[in-house]
Ligand binder design. Structure first.
Ligand code: ADP
Ligand code: MG
Length: 304
């Protein structure tokens, strides 16, 4: 694997709090990679370390083949950490022009192109003072992209956005990865968004890696057949360990291709089957089981 980031036993302590606790992780080059985790899991701390804003307590990391805080490498990264702030009296266009000048690229950067790409064309000449959180996020995104970085690190990029805004951001981020060849790493706790947008994810919990992999592989492992049938005890007896009674139903851990055979068998054994459907199969089930220690079967029962 061609890793854009490789992290080895990274630890960061703030007093008694271990924000990162021996985290090891490889993030491949290309595509969209999601860092998931509940509040306080260490997502922002990880990003701050990768961006050279704070130093790890111990451990190592390489970004694009270079050690942390390597100035030339940092120039090739665009980032947005939490909601960005700009001087309130500047317009959106002036903010970006001001930043472009700060990068020494006042003439090279096409500010209007980036305002349009993040959906701020109509607000280009409005003062930032009146911007909503979602508009500030868009502006921050434009600022992180306009220097044409190879790697973009986005911390909760859709927080504060309404559903149409989130949809636009999703298209923009996919477009960056697919057409501009940019590697995007984003942190989020919005699981459905991550499931739709990311190729791979890492789930962090209390500074440690709880799960990692392709989104499709992770979600497949959490699908269960949800059966409403009577008598339940008999169903459990027939299926055995692969079945678990949850409330009035039973969750069965089988392959999809075995479904018809199972139901036929149950009916032959005088079981009345009222309903059979698939539940789970999403990141929420993986996330809950990995971060809260809830068994996957129980989680799946509550997902739908
Ligand atoms: N500068 C800091 N000083 C003290 N504690 C911090 C600091 N930054 C983060 N933490 C703590 O580290 C843990 C991880 O925080 P953070 O990386 O912000 O998590 P996340 O972004 O996943 O919500 C939390 O317990 C947080 O309170
Ligand atoms: Mg955070």
């Amino acid at each position: 694997m061609n890793a854009v980031i490789s992290i080895e036993r990274l630890t960061k302590s703030f007093g008694d709090v271990r924000a990162l606790d021996g985290l090891s992780l490889e993030i491949p080059q290309g595509g969209v990679y999601g860092i998931l985790g509940p509040n306080g899991a260490g997502k922002s701390t990880l990003f701050r370390i990768l961006l050279g804003l704070i130093q790890p307590t111990s451990g190592h990391a390489q970004v694009m083949g270079y050690p942390l805080a390597h100035t030339e490498t940092l120039r090739r990264i665009g980032s947005m950490i939490e909601t960005p702030r700009y001087p309130a009296y500047l317009t959106a266009r002036d903010s970006l022009q001001w930043l472009a000048a700060a990068h020494g690229q006042a003439t090279q950067i096409d500010v209007d192109h980036w305002l349009e790409r993040v959906g701020l064309k109509d607000a280009a000449d409005r003062k930032v003072r009146g911007f909503s959180v979602g508009m500030m996020q868009r502006l921050g995104l434009a600022a992180s992209l306009m220097t044409r970085p190879d790697l973009v690190i986005l911390d909760e990029p859709t927080s504060g956005m309404d559903p149409p805004g989130i949809h636009e951001m999703r298209s923009l981020i996919r477009d960056l990865a697919e057409n501009d060849g940019v590697t995007v790493i984003l942190a989020s706790h919005q699981l459905l968004e991550v499931q739709r947008i990311c190729d791979r994810v890492a789930i962090l919990n209390r500074g440690r890696l709880a799960a990692e992999g392709k989104v499709s592989d992770l979600t497949e492992a959490t699908e269960y057949l949800h059966l409403e049938a009577t008598p339940l005890a008999k169903v459990k007896e027939i299926i055995g360990d692969a079945a678990e009674i949850v409330g009035d139903a039973i969750l069965v851990n089988i392959r999809r291709e075995d479904t018809a055979g199972l139901i036929r068998h149950l009916v032959q054994q005088d079981v009345d089957v009222m309903e059979a459907r698939w539940v789970g199969g999403d990141l929420e089930a993986v996330f809950m089981s990995e971060t809260l220690g809830v068994p996957e079967a129980e989680v799946s029962a509550h997902v739908d």
